[in-house]
Design a protein around this ligand. Structure first.
Ligand code: ADP
Length: 271
């Protein structure tokens, strides 16, 4: 599908595919030194789909998200976003790098929300949301401000626009981080355990903002241990273990009637 032999018989990568999916991962491998973290991950995500990525700690979930967003380089295999090859890949046995300009363009289409809120501490909530549109996308100040206020309103924080991160609760900071990621109008949102650093009473407000985003049709890949969220919001659940996809299907199947013992054991542990 994604590679074909050229006239000399050597396999060449194709930069574009027409799979119809927003994300295609094909036989993705990743090693850190001798530590093989991903060993042949195949999966896809459709436009508008919410996919929850579950699995024990160390199973490679974060690494997979970071590969999609080109924060790590692939060891092997390919990832396509909207049919376009992203990141580094092997071609004829050699690492082939994309140009920085292409990486920046591709990254701008993906929003990422981390476990820790990663807001700029010296900027207000509003400034955190306007900074990328202003400096990366060249949006004028008035437009950036208006759009940022709309986003802060969407996450329920219009009245906190002038607050600095240290004046906000963890849940509020994480909602600002979501608004900030949305400011670049991404096609895809990646969430890496967005609630696991929060006090339990603050988890609901962040999941609520994510649920609203899902309802509005955003394509989302969410690494989470929040089973309720996965059950109620995900269109599909992917269970990973040991750097491989063990199970991939609708939540009622993967969570309600898992086929694999490893999935069953994991669900029993985190429930
Ligand atoms: P998960 O998100 O499922 O907990 P991770 O993707 O964070 O799993 O980690 C998978 C494995 O990759 C772990 O063994 C971790 O130590 C290793 N790893 C992740 N990032 C790095 C890195 N930058 N350098 C070396 N090893 C890493």
């Amino acid at each position: 599908m994604s590679a074909e032999p050229d006239r000399s018989g050597a396999w060449v990568e194709r930069d574009k595919i027409e799979s119809g999916h927003l994300v295609d991962a094909v036989n993705v491998t990743k090693s850190f030194g001798s530590n093989v973290v991903l060993q042949g991950v195949d999966c896809h995500v459709d436009r508008g789909e919410v996919v929850c990525l579950l699995g024990p700690s160390g199973s490679g979930k974060t690494t997979f998200l970071r590969l999609i967003n080109q924060m790590e380089t692939l060891t092997g295999g390919r990832i396509y976003v909207d049919g376009e090859l992203v990141g580094f890949t092997e071609r004829g046995g050699r690492l082939h790098a994309r140009r920085p300009k292409d990486i920046a363009r591709q990254r701008a289409r993906i929003g990422m929300v981390f476990q820790r809120f990663n807001l700029f501490p010296h900027m207000t909530a509003l400034e955190n949301v306007t900074v990328a549109p202003r400096t990366v996308a060249g949006v004028d100040a008035a437009t950036a401000r208006r759009e940022a206020m709309e986003l802060l309103d969407r996450v329920g924080l219009a009245d906190r626009a002038g607050y600095y991160p240290n004046e906000l609760s963890g849940g509020q900071q994480q909602r600002v981080a979501i608004a900030r990621a949305l400011a670049m109008k991404p096609d895809l949102m990646l969430f890496d355990e967005p609630t696991s650093a929060l006090d339990p009473e603050l988890v609901g407000e962040v999941l609520g903002a994510m649920r609203a985003l899902a309802d509005q049709g955003m394509t989302m890949i969410v690494v989470t241990h929040e089973m309720g969220f996965a059950r109620e919001v995900a269109d599909r659940v992917i269970f990973m273990d040991g750097g491989a996809v063990v199970e991939d299907g609708p939540p009622e199947q993967v969570l309600g009637n898992p086929r694999h013992e490893r999935t069953r054991a994991f669900i029993a542990r985190v429930r």
